[in-house]
Structures are given as C-alpha cells and as structure tokens.
Ligand binder design. Sequence first.
Ligand code: PLP
Length: 437
Amino acid sequence: MLAALPDLPPTTPADEAEWPAILDDVREIILPALTHWQSPGFFGYFPATGSWPAVLGDLLSTGLCVQGMLWQTSPAVTEIETRVLDWMARLCDLPEKFLSTSQGGGVIQGTASEATLVAMVAARHRMRTRQPDTTPGTLVAYTSTQAHSSVLKATRIAGIEHLRLVPTDTDHTLDPNVLRSMIEQDIADGLTPFYICATAGTTSSGAFDPIDRIAQVRDELAPDAWLHVDGAWAGSAAVCPEFRWFLNGLDQADSYCTNPHKWLLTNFDCDLFYVADRATLIDSLSVTPEYLRNTATDSGAVIDYRDWQIPLGRRFRSLKLWFVLRHYGAEGLQAHIRQHVRWAEWLEEQILADNRFELAAPRSLALVCFRLAGDRDADTRALLEAANATGKVLLTHTTLPDTEARDRYTIRVAIGGVNNTLESVKALWNLLGTLAG
Ligand code: PLP
C-alpha cells in the first residue's frame, strides 16, 4: 500500500472539488489494506467491538475537542467518567471498595497494558512507603506463564529486575502452591515480593486464575504485596450474574482492569481500571508543577485523573461508554454476551462430537481452543493457514501445553465480534470440516 502513496505531502490546500478524490483513495487504497475486524468471519485474537452509540460518543468527544487532564480543564469530563465507572462497577457487582464513594475508584486507561503498569508503579510506591528499608533491585513481581506479555513489558518499563512466571496447572491456571514456594524462596533469598498479577481470562485459553487462593498466599507470606487482577477480555462477561464466579476473591485485590473495547461494544480505546485505595495511586503518580496548580485542585474536593495515569492529557473517553450504557442498558449488554457464549457452546459440542478434532482447553465463555486430534501440530497449523487463505474467516493461534507439558499448536476461535452470528460460526465449522478432510 505504501507504494501507492506519494512520498511528499500536498503543498496546496484541498478545495471542495478534491474531497471526492481523497475519499476515493480511502476506498481504493486504504480499505483493501485493512484487516476487517468487524467481518462476520473474524474470530481472531479477542474481538475489538464497537457500536453506533459508541461511535457517536467518540465523534462527539472528538468534535468537542476538550482536554480532561484536570477537573478544572473540563469538569464534565471528570464527573461523567466517575459516574460511568461507578455504574460499571455496580453493573458487574464489583467490590464496594472500587467505587468512588469509598476509598477507591475507577478511571479509564487506554489499555490493559497501561493498567498493569500503573498498578505496578503504585505497588512499588506502596512497598517503599510501608518498607522504606527495602533495597533497590530486590523487588519481585509474580504472574503465571499464561499471563499476558504486558506484565513482562510493565516490569521492563518500571525497571523491575525480577519477574517470576509461575507454572500453571493442567487447566492453564496459576498454581497457588507453586506461587507459595516461589515467594518463600525469594524471601529466604532476601528479595521482596511486591506485585502479583492474576489473570481472569488468559489470552491463550481464557483460563481463570484462582484469585481467592492467590490472595491467601499473598496475605500469609507477603501482606504488603499488591494484587492486580487482569480481566481485560473476560471482565465484560461480569455484566451477567451467572458468569461472575470467575471474579471470586476480587474483594482481596488491590486493583482490577477490564476492557470494554474488547467485548462490550465500546470502540477502542477503553480500559476500566479500578483501585481499592486511590490515595496510594495518586501519591505514586502525582507531580504538580506551578502551571497546573488551580483552586479546585487545591481545595482537595475534586478528582484530577491526570494523577491516575501515565500521560497528562486525556480525551473524553467516558462519553462513548456512557452512550453504550444508556443505549443498551444492562439487559442489552447481557443479551450481547450471552448469545456469544451460546454460540461458543455450540461450537464446542461440534468439536467434542467430531473425532478428527480435540479441545486444547476447556471452553472459556466465548473462546474455544482446539486442534486436530493426535500428534498433528503441523497439520493443525496448515488447517488454520488454509482457512485464513480462503479470505472468508480470520483465525489466530497460540500454543498450549498438553498433559505431558509439551507446547501444542492450537487454533483459537474467539466469538464476540458485533457481526458474528450463529450462521457465521456454523459456516466456520463447515469450512474447517471440509478443509480437515
Ligand atoms: N491482558 C489480557 C488478558 C489480554 O488478553 C490482553 C489482550 O488481548 C491484554 C492484557 C492487553 O490488552 P491491551 O491491548 O488493552 O493492552
């Protein structure tokens, strides 16, 4: 595509007559070079959903062109965000401590990766406050081998030298007994456990780490360590009471994040990040030069979300989520999630009934991971490539350890796109069946 674009920008302004040509370029050059995430046949990665209410909210936010870095720079940007984050906490029945009316509160980050990093910075700050004698370079973070790569990235950015990847059980969830022995060993070696990231819905297979058991280990061995729960994808399902079980133990966590931009009809970017103790987060990130001082901040009566995130500036992102919540209501969002889980159940049943295939992990909500039965990694890979080559579907893969701890090539089908339908899932299954021969 790059070759179709001129090397230099235009020198003269476009007049009205030139706009059709600009839009022709969009149609002819740009659209063919996009991956169509909203196609009915898109089942790759995790969905990146959107909806017209969210698009309108985003459009309005862009058109208003305001900056919400401080309460004073646009009070509505802050106050709608506070209300929407509380609405979401109530909708998902999150612990009271994450509400703005308690000691905690929520904020919109761009991505789960930022939430993980910000939580890590707050965790380090809290550890330095509680244990001021901690030697630099001794802090240790823990997460599972199945956790998202953003945890490793966060340690690199924050300059944390020790990250333990805790092995998982056969169901791909973090094994709290191994976590226990790793923490014991680290303490014996003079290191300081300061951060644990549990995943509620891992990227590869949607596995749910046992948050309550992890919290128990933390409480017994390293009570000052921060427990962050990453529910980037699965967290959207908590709008349905029957799926909330995977957040058991969240009341023991220090922070939690989930991405409505994945599965909850809210265009990228929108990550909800909740903390139980906002004072620690703010203390860790607040830097106030003279030019940002103002009477509202000085009064202590307002929230300045710049102190809850990495950048200073911030967009009016809550507007799109506010539109989504007002348009769909709790029932609309629940129906959206439930249909995808039903279609995934349908796909799971087909796999279980077809001896050419086997599940690589138990179905998790609307994510189904499978491979060709037997020791056929190369064939599974060829099947995925052949399916994608038709241009009708897009699937992505991972590797998952089998019962003998060998990493096996695995096809992931992530249902949840706004244009996925039961028919498109059936068409995918027919295609895979045909290609598998
Ligand atoms: N955490 C989990 C469990 C994920 O599945 C993902 C992405 O798929 C991420 C974090 C990263 O999300 P983001 O792009 O919002 O940083």
